[in-house]
Design a protein around this ligand. Structure first.
Ligand SMILES: Cc1ncc(COP(=O)(O)O)c(C=O)c1O
Length: 394
């Protein structure tokens, strides 16, 4: 008998508005908050139970040894991606942002350039600024026609490597455009990095949320060279929606990468939270059925978004992502030049909806907006109605 699929529950808007996390406090109640990277679903039951147990035991001390997290991640990585990871190859950090910053500062000196490929998660700019380095933007190749994926521009990247940049922060799967890089591109990227002595930090936080599992390969699973040049950053916090609990994992699978990570501050581990580490361990170990149900739900939502956009937002282009829960909407046909840089304010003013302006993600994002579709169909429809209302007035 097959196990019953867990139900994915989303509370009504008035209940969501009682939440105390950033998404529900950043704007006043009449504004629908759609830019944040958290899901509106209820937590998976095993995670709720584990957290409740900690509370009942008044167990709220520092995070210590937690071998089960590495063991559960190892099984999860093998089940989801066919990626072989030894538990001892998994280290813990408070979140992906802190982890990337701490590793990047071991490699790039202040003033040195770090490669990114925009449009990309806007905090990459902030992380690089935090260590006083400089971003070297080698933009993604945009889709040739709607529906094509964004691709890495490997020729441009080679020129950046040749010019001396030694660190590259990759976003894979990609936020905000939702693309997965094909194996052959990752393979070539690894070879280039090997040739020019570049280290690749692969931010794979969205990797549990892949719609066609067989199309995604973690960077370190690509080749021996990828393992030599790369360090991966993963986390359960996006796919299981507990970013506030604070825990991420860093994976290194070569002597070279291990040697870099061995220079990290020892306290990085215990700066993560006990709650985040326990929730991550339970997520990887017990919540794959819930994750499969979420992916099924989000698959419906990304298709619903396509239907809503074509019915209600004429001229707007939306391509369904291959991973993650962001709708990356191209408004360039419907916005005038003077409106593009003000689009998020215009949406708030005329549509009572908060969206992320594409310009935040780099020059190639101008004229786009990013919304989160990990919510109920009612809220998603409401969001598109609000965007339509805003566009009709500006
Ligand atoms: C690509 C990417 N990396 C990192 C983060 C932030 O992760 P953390 O909260 O673990 O720092 C996000 C959040 O949306 C993200 O999209």
């Amino acid at each position: 008998m097959s196990a019953q699929r867990p139900e994915i529950k989303v509370a009504a808007l008035q209940h969501l508005q009682k939440r105390k996390s950033e998404k529900w406090r950043a704007f006043s109640r009449e504004i629908l908050p759609m830019p944040f990277a958290v899901m509106d679903f209820e937590l998976a039951e095993p995670i709720k139970d584990a957290i409740t147990q900690l509370i009942q035991d008044s167990d709220a001390g520092y995070l210590g040894e937690i071998p089960e997290l590495g063991e559960n991640f190892s099984r999860f990585a093998s089940n989801r991606w066919g990626w072989s990871v030894a538990p001892k190859e998994v280290r813990i950090a408070p979140d992906v942002g802190v982890a990337v910053i701490e590793v990047a500062r071991l490699i790039a000196k202040p003033g040195e350039k770090i490669i990114i490929n925009t449009p990309v998660y806007y905090n990459f700019f902030n992380w690089i600024a935090e260590i006083h380095s400089l971003p070297l933007d080698l933009p993604l190749l945009p889709p040739k026609s709607p529906g094509d994926p964004y691709r890495l521009d490997l020729n441009l990247i080679e020129s950046g490597y040749r010019d001396g940049a030694k660190l590259h922060i990759l976003c894979h799967p990609h936020n905000p455009v939702g693309s997965i890089y094909p194996d052959e591109d990752l393979h070539q990227l690894a070879e280039l990095a090997g040739t020019y002595g570049v280290t690749i930090l692969s931010d794979e936080i969205h990797s549990p949320l892949i719609y066609e599992a067989e199309r995604y390969r973690p960077f370190l699973s690509i080749s021996d060279t990828a393992r030599d040049v790369g360090i991966s950053f993963v986390s359960a916090t996006k796919a299981f929606s507990f970013a506030g609990l604070k825990c991420a994992q860093i994976v290194a699978q070569s002597e070279r990468s291990e040697a870099i990570l061995n220079r990290l501050p020892h306290a990085l581990h215990s700066r993560a939270s006990l709650y985040g580490a326990i929730a991550s361990s339970v997520a990887y170990g017990q919540c794959e059925p819930w994750l499969d149900a979420v992916i099924g739900y989000l698959d419906g939502a990304r298709h619903l978004l396509a239907t809503l956009v074509s019915a209600k937002l004429p001229g707007v282009i939306y391509c369904k992502p291959d991973a993650g829960y962001f709708g990356w909407l191209d408004l360039r046909n419907v916005l005038k030049e003077g409106e593009i840089d003000d689009v998020s304010n215009l949406m708030i003013e005329h549509g009572k909806i908060a969206v992320a302006s594409g310009a935040l993600y780099g020059p190639g994002g101008r004229g786009f907006i990013r919304i989160n579709f990990a919510t109920s169909s009612e809220i998603l429809e409401d969001a598109i109605d609000r965007i339509a209302a805003a566009l009709s007035q500006i």
